[in-house]
Design a protein around this ligand. Structure first.
Ligand code: FAD
Length: 379
Protein backbone atom coordinates (compact mmCIF):
# COMPACT_ATOMS: atom_id res chain seq x y z
CA UNK A 1 0.00 0.00 0.00
CA UNK A 2 1.20 3.55 -0.71
CA UNK A 3 0.11 6.81 0.91
CA UNK A 4 0.81 10.41 0.08
CA UNK A 5 0.00 11.26 3.68
CA UNK A 6 -0.52 8.58 6.33
CA UNK A 7 -2.30 9.74 9.48
CA UNK A 8 -1.79 7.59 12.58
CA UNK A 9 -4.86 7.96 14.83
CA UNK A 10 -8.52 8.41 13.98
CA UNK A 11 -9.50 10.83 16.74
CA UNK A 12 -10.53 14.43 16.14
CA UNK A 13 -6.96 15.45 15.19
CA UNK A 14 -6.57 12.76 12.53
CA UNK A 15 -10.05 13.21 11.07
CA UNK A 16 -9.86 16.98 10.71
CA UNK A 17 -6.33 16.82 9.30
CA UNK A 18 -7.49 14.50 6.54
CA UNK A 19 -10.44 16.81 5.86
CA UNK A 20 -8.30 19.95 5.53
CA UNK A 21 -5.73 18.20 3.36
CA UNK A 22 -8.51 17.58 0.85
CA UNK A 23 -10.08 21.01 1.32
CA UNK A 24 -6.77 22.76 0.70
CA UNK A 25 -6.36 20.71 -2.47
CA UNK A 26 -4.00 17.87 -1.55
CA UNK A 27 -4.38 15.34 -4.37
CA UNK A 28 -2.32 12.37 -3.15
CA UNK A 29 -3.68 9.36 -1.31
CA UNK A 30 -4.65 10.16 2.30
CA UNK A 31 -4.93 7.20 4.67
CA UNK A 32 -6.09 7.23 8.29
CA UNK A 33 -5.02 4.23 10.38
CA UNK A 34 -6.47 3.50 13.80
CA UNK A 35 -5.65 0.46 15.86
CA UNK A 36 -9.20 0.52 17.23
CA UNK A 37 -12.37 2.29 16.00
CA UNK A 38 -12.56 5.99 15.10
CA UNK A 39 -13.04 8.11 18.23
CA UNK A 40 -12.00 5.30 20.59
CA UNK A 41 -9.33 7.45 22.29
CA UNK A 42 -9.98 10.69 24.17
CA UNK A 43 -12.23 12.02 21.40
CA UNK A 44 -15.14 9.67 22.06
CA UNK A 45 -14.90 10.36 25.81
CA UNK A 46 -14.90 14.14 25.74
CA UNK A 47 -17.65 16.59 26.72
CA UNK A 48 -17.81 18.35 23.35
CA UNK A 49 -17.26 21.84 24.78
CA UNK A 50 -15.78 24.51 22.50
CA UNK A 51 -14.56 27.92 23.73
CA UNK A 52 -12.13 30.73 23.13
CA UNK A 53 -12.14 31.96 26.75
CA UNK A 54 -8.63 30.87 27.73
CA UNK A 55 -5.92 32.71 29.65
CA UNK A 56 -3.07 32.39 27.13
CA UNK A 57 -2.92 34.56 24.02
CA UNK A 58 -1.93 31.54 21.92
CA UNK A 59 -4.99 29.56 23.03
CA UNK A 60 -7.39 32.51 22.64
CA UNK A 61 -6.13 33.26 19.12
CA UNK A 62 -6.14 29.62 17.99
CA UNK A 63 -9.62 29.01 19.39
CA UNK A 64 -10.95 32.23 17.85
CA UNK A 65 -9.85 30.81 14.50
CA UNK A 66 -11.08 27.30 15.32
CA UNK A 67 -14.56 28.61 16.16
CA UNK A 68 -14.65 30.37 12.77
CA UNK A 69 -13.99 26.95 11.24
CA UNK A 70 -16.63 25.20 13.40
CA UNK A 71 -19.16 27.80 12.18
CA UNK A 72 -18.15 27.33 8.55
CA UNK A 73 -18.21 23.55 8.88
CA UNK A 74 -21.90 23.68 9.87
CA UNK A 75 -22.82 24.22 6.22
CA UNK A 76 -19.77 22.82 4.53
CA UNK A 77 -19.58 19.51 6.40
CA UNK A 78 -23.00 19.30 8.10
CA UNK A 79 -21.57 19.47 11.64
CA UNK A 80 -24.27 20.66 14.08
CA UNK A 81 -22.09 22.99 16.18
CA UNK A 82 -24.37 24.89 18.55
CA UNK A 83 -23.03 28.32 19.53
CA UNK A 84 -24.68 28.27 22.95
CA UNK A 85 -21.90 29.95 24.96
CA UNK A 86 -19.93 29.25 28.13
CA UNK A 87 -20.64 30.82 31.51
CA UNK A 88 -17.90 30.94 34.16
CA UNK A 89 -19.48 31.29 37.64
CA UNK A 90 -17.35 33.36 40.02
CA UNK A 91 -17.80 33.14 43.78
CA UNK A 92 -14.94 35.25 45.21
CA UNK A 93 -13.81 38.84 44.68
CA UNK A 94 -10.39 37.55 43.64
CA UNK A 95 -11.90 35.45 40.85
CA UNK A 96 -13.99 38.41 39.73
CA UNK A 97 -10.85 40.60 39.43
CA UNK A 98 -9.00 37.88 37.50
CA UNK A 99 -11.88 37.50 35.07
CA UNK A 100 -12.27 41.24 34.57
CA UNK A 101 -8.63 41.21 33.42
CA UNK A 102 -9.33 38.17 31.24
CA UNK A 103 -12.26 39.92 29.62
CA UNK A 104 -9.89 42.73 28.60
CA UNK A 105 -7.46 40.17 27.13
CA UNK A 106 -10.23 38.36 25.22
CA UNK A 107 -11.73 41.58 23.87
CA UNK A 108 -8.31 42.84 22.73
CA UNK A 109 -7.87 39.58 20.80
CA UNK A 110 -11.31 39.85 19.20
CA UNK A 111 -13.30 37.51 21.48
CA UNK A 112 -16.33 39.41 22.85
CA UNK A 113 -16.60 37.95 26.37
CA UNK A 114 -18.33 40.13 28.95
CA UNK A 115 -18.75 40.24 32.71
CA UNK A 116 -22.20 39.87 34.26
CA UNK A 117 -22.80 40.94 37.87
CA UNK A 118 -25.33 39.59 40.41
CA UNK A 119 -28.80 38.99 38.94
CA UNK A 120 -27.51 39.76 35.41
CA UNK A 121 -26.12 36.21 35.39
CA UNK A 122 -29.67 34.86 35.32
CA UNK A 123 -30.33 36.62 32.00
CA UNK A 124 -28.07 33.99 30.38
CA UNK A 125 -29.28 30.97 32.41
CA UNK A 126 -32.74 31.70 33.87
CA UNK A 127 -33.04 28.11 35.18
CA UNK A 128 -30.18 28.43 37.69
CA UNK A 129 -30.11 29.46 41.36
CA UNK A 130 -27.66 32.27 41.96
CA UNK A 131 -26.56 31.08 45.43
CA UNK A 132 -23.08 32.46 46.28
CA UNK A 133 -22.32 33.59 42.70
CA UNK A 134 -21.13 37.21 42.68
CA UNK A 135 -20.51 37.52 38.95
CA UNK A 136 -19.84 35.48 35.81
CA UNK A 137 -17.83 35.73 32.62
CA UNK A 138 -19.93 34.98 29.55
CA UNK A 139 -18.29 33.74 26.34
CA UNK A 140 -21.00 34.00 23.65
CA UNK A 141 -18.74 32.62 20.90
CA UNK A 142 -18.35 29.26 22.68
CA UNK A 143 -20.58 26.24 22.17
CA UNK A 144 -20.98 22.49 22.04
CA UNK A 145 -21.32 19.56 19.68
CA UNK A 146 -21.57 15.80 20.20
CA UNK A 147 -18.09 14.27 19.73
CA UNK A 148 -19.58 10.97 18.57
CA UNK A 149 -21.78 12.67 15.98
CA UNK A 150 -18.76 14.67 14.88
CA UNK A 151 -16.74 11.49 14.35
CA UNK A 152 -19.45 9.83 12.28
CA UNK A 153 -20.25 12.91 10.20
CA UNK A 154 -16.56 13.47 9.50
CA UNK A 155 -16.15 9.82 8.57
CA UNK A 156 -18.91 10.17 5.97
CA UNK A 157 -17.38 13.37 4.59
CA UNK A 158 -13.92 11.82 4.38
CA UNK A 159 -15.11 8.75 2.53
CA UNK A 160 -16.82 11.03 -0.01
CA UNK A 161 -13.57 12.96 -0.38
CA UNK A 162 -11.73 9.74 -1.21
CA UNK A 163 -9.84 9.39 2.09
CA UNK A 164 -9.04 5.78 2.95
CA UNK A 165 -9.93 4.83 6.54
CA UNK A 166 -8.44 1.67 8.04
CA UNK A 167 -9.85 0.76 11.44
CA UNK A 168 -8.41 -1.95 13.68
CA UNK A 169 -5.08 -1.55 11.90
CA UNK A 170 -2.36 -0.48 14.30
CA UNK A 171 0.94 1.11 13.32
CA UNK A 172 3.72 -0.82 15.02
CA UNK A 173 6.65 1.18 13.78
CA UNK A 174 7.81 4.04 11.57
CA UNK A 175 10.77 3.08 9.40
CA UNK A 176 13.01 6.02 8.57
CA UNK A 177 15.96 6.63 6.28
CA UNK A 178 18.24 9.68 6.47
CA UNK A 179 15.80 11.70 8.55
CA UNK A 180 12.68 10.79 6.56
CA UNK A 181 9.81 8.40 7.22
CA UNK A 182 9.70 5.89 4.39
CA UNK A 183 7.43 3.05 5.56
CA UNK A 184 4.90 2.26 8.28
CA UNK A 185 4.89 -1.27 9.69
CA UNK A 186 1.35 -2.40 10.44
CA UNK A 187 -0.17 -4.90 12.84
CA UNK A 188 -0.89 -8.07 10.89
CA UNK A 189 2.26 -7.64 8.81
CA UNK A 190 1.23 -5.05 6.19
CA UNK A 191 3.18 -1.94 5.23
CA UNK A 192 2.44 1.56 3.97
CA UNK A 193 5.08 3.27 1.83
CA UNK A 194 5.15 7.02 2.37
CA UNK A 195 5.32 9.45 -0.55
CA UNK A 196 4.99 12.75 1.36
CA UNK A 197 4.38 12.80 5.10
CA UNK A 198 3.33 11.01 8.25
CA UNK A 199 1.07 12.68 10.81
CA UNK A 200 1.33 11.24 14.31
CA UNK A 201 -2.08 11.97 15.88
CA UNK A 202 -2.12 8.99 18.21
CA UNK A 203 -2.84 10.91 21.43
CA UNK A 204 -1.08 9.54 24.47
CA UNK A 205 0.26 6.65 22.43
CA UNK A 206 2.25 9.01 20.18
CA UNK A 207 5.04 8.57 22.73
CA UNK A 208 5.34 4.87 21.97
CA UNK A 209 5.57 5.52 18.24
CA UNK A 210 8.20 8.24 18.52
CA UNK A 211 10.42 6.84 21.28
CA UNK A 212 12.20 4.40 18.90
CA UNK A 213 12.97 7.40 16.64
CA UNK A 214 14.84 9.10 19.48
CA UNK A 215 12.22 11.69 20.38
CA UNK A 216 10.04 11.35 23.46
CA UNK A 217 7.35 14.04 23.72
CA UNK A 218 6.78 15.20 27.32
CA UNK A 219 3.23 13.82 27.68
CA UNK A 220 1.32 12.65 30.74
CA UNK A 221 -1.90 10.65 30.65
CA UNK A 222 -4.08 12.48 33.18
CA UNK A 223 -7.36 10.56 33.68
CA UNK A 224 -10.60 12.55 33.91
CA UNK A 225 -14.15 11.39 34.63
CA UNK A 226 -17.48 12.41 33.16
CA UNK A 227 -21.04 11.30 33.86
CA UNK A 228 -24.31 11.67 31.99
CA UNK A 229 -27.90 11.56 33.23
CA UNK A 230 -31.07 10.45 31.50
CA UNK A 231 -32.65 13.08 29.33
CA UNK A 232 -34.41 16.19 30.58
CA UNK A 233 -36.56 18.76 28.80
CA UNK A 234 -34.19 21.52 27.67
CA UNK A 235 -33.26 23.82 30.60
CA UNK A 236 -29.63 24.75 29.98
CA UNK A 237 -28.11 26.26 26.85
CA UNK A 238 -24.53 27.25 27.75
CA UNK A 239 -21.87 25.07 29.32
CA UNK A 240 -21.59 26.36 32.92
CA UNK A 241 -18.39 26.15 34.96
CA UNK A 242 -18.03 26.68 38.69
CA UNK A 243 -14.56 28.19 38.56
CA UNK A 244 -13.56 27.72 42.20
CA UNK A 245 -14.05 23.93 42.16
CA UNK A 246 -13.37 23.23 38.47
CA UNK A 247 -16.82 21.63 38.10
CA UNK A 248 -19.03 21.93 35.03
CA UNK A 249 -22.42 21.04 33.62
CA UNK A 250 -23.69 20.90 30.05
CA UNK A 251 -26.96 19.69 28.59
CA UNK A 252 -26.34 17.87 25.33
CA UNK A 253 -28.54 17.53 22.25
CA UNK A 254 -30.18 14.30 23.44
CA UNK A 255 -31.35 16.10 26.63
CA UNK A 256 -28.85 14.27 28.87
CA UNK A 257 -26.86 16.34 31.36
CA UNK A 258 -23.11 15.86 31.50
CA UNK A 259 -21.27 16.68 34.73
CA UNK A 260 -17.52 16.94 35.25
CA UNK A 261 -15.31 18.04 38.13
CA UNK A 262 -11.68 18.09 39.12
CA UNK A 263 -11.08 14.75 40.77
CA UNK A 264 -7.39 13.88 40.79
CA UNK A 265 -6.50 10.20 40.39
CA UNK A 266 -3.10 8.59 39.74
CA UNK A 267 -1.55 8.99 36.29
CA UNK A 268 -2.71 6.36 33.78
CA UNK A 269 -5.46 4.98 36.08
CA UNK A 270 -8.56 4.83 33.88
CA UNK A 271 -10.71 2.97 36.44
CA UNK A 272 -13.89 4.61 37.76
CA UNK A 273 -13.60 6.34 41.15
CA UNK A 274 -17.09 6.78 42.57
CA UNK A 275 -16.06 9.76 44.75
CA UNK A 276 -16.12 11.74 41.49
CA UNK A 277 -19.92 11.53 41.34
CA UNK A 278 -20.42 12.98 44.82
CA UNK A 279 -18.10 15.90 44.17
CA UNK A 280 -19.59 16.80 40.79
CA UNK A 281 -23.17 16.63 42.08
CA UNK A 282 -22.34 18.51 45.30
CA UNK A 283 -21.05 21.56 43.45
CA UNK A 284 -23.39 21.77 40.49
CA UNK A 285 -26.59 20.98 42.44
CA UNK A 286 -26.07 24.21 44.39
CA UNK A 287 -26.94 26.09 41.21
CA UNK A 288 -29.01 23.41 39.45
CA UNK A 289 -30.98 21.57 42.19
CA UNK A 290 -33.07 19.95 39.43
CA UNK A 291 -30.21 17.48 38.84
CA UNK A 292 -30.79 15.87 42.25
CA UNK A 293 -33.80 14.06 40.76
CA UNK A 294 -31.80 12.72 37.83
CA UNK A 295 -31.17 9.09 36.98
CA UNK A 296 -27.52 8.56 36.26
CA UNK A 297 -26.94 6.71 33.02
CA UNK A 298 -23.21 6.29 32.74
CA UNK A 299 -19.82 7.28 34.17
CA UNK A 300 -16.61 7.01 32.17
CA UNK A 301 -12.99 8.11 32.11
CA UNK A 302 -10.51 9.21 29.48
CA UNK A 303 -7.19 11.00 29.22
CA UNK A 304 -6.38 14.66 29.19
CA UNK A 305 -2.95 14.35 27.54
CA UNK A 306 -0.96 16.95 29.42
CA UNK A 307 2.26 18.76 28.52
CA UNK A 308 4.45 20.72 30.94
CA UNK A 309 2.98 24.07 29.76
CA UNK A 310 -0.59 22.83 29.13
CA UNK A 311 -0.39 23.69 25.44
CA UNK A 312 -0.35 21.18 22.60
CA UNK A 313 2.77 20.10 20.75
CA UNK A 314 2.24 20.75 17.04
CA UNK A 315 4.99 20.62 14.46
CA UNK A 316 7.71 18.65 12.78
CA UNK A 317 9.27 15.90 14.91
CA UNK A 318 12.86 16.96 15.71
CA UNK A 319 15.32 15.30 13.36
CA UNK A 320 12.76 14.28 10.70
CA UNK A 321 11.72 16.29 7.67
CA UNK A 322 8.35 14.64 6.97
CA UNK A 323 6.96 13.47 10.33
CA UNK A 324 4.54 15.80 12.12
CA UNK A 325 3.15 15.45 15.64
CA UNK A 326 -0.03 16.95 17.12
CA UNK A 327 -1.06 16.00 20.64
CA UNK A 328 -0.84 17.11 24.29
CA UNK A 329 -3.86 19.41 24.23
CA UNK A 330 -4.22 19.16 28.01
CA UNK A 331 -8.00 18.72 27.83
CA UNK A 332 -8.87 20.94 24.83
CA UNK A 333 -7.99 19.00 21.72
CA UNK A 334 -11.46 18.35 20.41
CA UNK A 335 -12.34 22.03 20.15
CA UNK A 336 -9.01 22.79 18.47
CA UNK A 337 -9.25 20.01 15.90
CA UNK A 338 -10.44 22.16 12.97
CA UNK A 339 -7.66 24.74 13.29
CA UNK A 340 -5.03 22.11 14.11
CA UNK A 341 -6.13 20.02 11.13
CA UNK A 342 -5.86 23.08 8.90
CA UNK A 343 -2.41 23.94 10.25
CA UNK A 344 -1.13 20.38 9.79
CA UNK A 345 -2.38 20.49 6.20
CA UNK A 346 -0.47 23.77 5.80
CA UNK A 347 2.67 22.13 7.17
CA UNK A 348 2.36 19.22 4.72
CA UNK A 349 1.50 21.33 1.68
CA UNK A 350 3.42 24.58 2.29
CA UNK A 351 6.10 23.49 4.76
CA UNK A 352 4.85 25.89 7.46
CA UNK A 353 1.69 26.75 9.42
CA UNK A 354 -0.51 29.71 8.53
CA UNK A 355 -0.73 31.33 11.98
CA UNK A 356 2.10 32.81 14.07
CA UNK A 357 0.57 31.24 17.19
CA UNK A 358 0.99 27.70 15.80
CA UNK A 359 4.72 28.30 15.37
CA UNK A 360 4.99 28.77 19.14
CA UNK A 361 3.79 25.18 19.67
CA UNK A 362 6.75 23.40 18.06
CA UNK A 363 8.28 20.50 20.04
CA UNK A 364 11.61 22.34 20.43
CA UNK A 365 10.09 24.97 22.72
CA UNK A 366 10.76 22.87 25.81
CA UNK A 367 14.50 22.61 25.10
CA UNK A 368 14.65 26.30 24.27
CA UNK A 369 12.84 27.20 27.49
CA UNK A 370 10.05 28.94 25.55
CA UNK A 371 7.21 27.58 27.66
CA UNK A 372 3.72 29.06 27.50
CA UNK A 373 1.18 29.31 30.33
CA UNK A 374 -2.52 28.42 30.60
CA UNK A 375 -4.59 28.63 33.80
CA UNK A 376 -8.13 27.98 32.55
CA UNK A 377 -8.09 24.18 32.72
CA UNK A 378 -10.86 22.40 34.59
CA UNK A 379 -12.69 19.11 34.99
C1 FAD B 1 -13.38 13.48 30.25
C2 FAD B 1 -12.84 14.33 29.14
C3 FAD B 1 -13.51 15.50 28.76
C4 FAD B 1 -13.01 16.28 27.73
N1 FAD B 1 -13.72 17.38 27.35
C5 FAD B 1 -13.28 18.12 26.31
C6 FAD B 1 -14.06 19.21 25.84
O1 FAD B 1 -15.15 19.50 26.35
N2 FAD B 1 -13.57 19.92 24.78
C7 FAD B 1 -12.37 19.63 24.19
O2 FAD B 1 -11.97 20.32 23.27
N3 FAD B 1 -11.63 18.58 24.61
C8 FAD B 1 -12.05 17.83 25.65
N4 FAD B 1 -11.32 16.76 26.06
C9 FAD B 1 -10.01 16.49 25.42
C10 FAD B 1 -10.20 15.84 24.06
O3 FAD B 1 -10.97 14.68 24.20
C11 FAD B 1 -8.84 15.49 23.43
O4 FAD B 1 -7.94 16.56 23.56
C12 FAD B 1 -8.97 15.16 21.95
O5 FAD B 1 -10.07 14.31 21.73
C13 FAD B 1 -7.68 14.56 21.43
O6 FAD B 1 -7.93 14.00 20.15
P1 FAD B 1 -6.80 13.23 19.37
O7 FAD B 1 -7.35 12.90 18.05
O8 FAD B 1 -5.54 14.02 19.41
O9 FAD B 1 -6.52 11.92 20.24
P2 FAD B 1 -7.43 10.65 20.51
O10 FAD B 1 -8.87 10.94 20.40
O11 FAD B 1 -6.93 10.03 21.76
O12 FAD B 1 -7.10 9.70 19.26
C14 FAD B 1 -5.91 8.99 19.17
C15 FAD B 1 -6.22 7.74 18.35
O13 FAD B 1 -4.98 7.13 18.00
C16 FAD B 1 -5.20 5.73 17.95
N5 FAD B 1 -3.88 5.07 18.08
C17 FAD B 1 -3.06 5.08 19.15
N6 FAD B 1 -1.94 4.41 18.86
C18 FAD B 1 -2.05 3.94 17.60
C19 FAD B 1 -1.22 3.18 16.75
N7 FAD B 1 -0.01 2.74 17.15
N8 FAD B 1 -1.67 2.88 15.51
C20 FAD B 1 -2.89 3.33 15.08
N9 FAD B 1 -3.70 4.06 15.86
C21 FAD B 1 -3.30 4.39 17.09
C22 FAD B 1 -6.14 5.47 19.14
O14 FAD B 1 -6.84 4.25 18.95
C23 FAD B 1 -7.05 6.70 19.08
O15 FAD B 1 -8.24 6.47 18.36
C24 FAD B 1 -11.81 15.92 27.07
C25 FAD B 1 -11.15 14.75 27.42
C26 FAD B 1 -11.67 13.93 28.44
C27 FAD B 1 -10.96 12.68 28.79
Amino acid sequence: MRAGVAIIGGGSTGLFTAYYLRRLGYEGEVIILDRSYLGSGSTGRCAGGIRASFTSEVHVALMRESIKEWLRLRNEAGLPFRQSGYLWLLTTEELVKQHEALQRLHNRLGVPTRMLYGEEVLSVVPSMKLGDVIAALHDPTAGKISPLKTVWIMRRNLLKLGVKILEYVGVEGIVTKEGEAVTLKLSGGGEVDIEDSVIVAAGYWSKELLRPLGYEPPLKGDPHHLMITEKYAPFLEPLVIHKASGSYIVQVGSGGVILGTEYPVPENDLSIHLGFIGRAVRYMSRYFPQILDANLLRVWTGYYIKTPDHHPIIGRVPGYSNIYLATGYSGHGFMMAPIVGKELANYVMKGKPGLPETRKLVPERYERGELLEEKAIFG
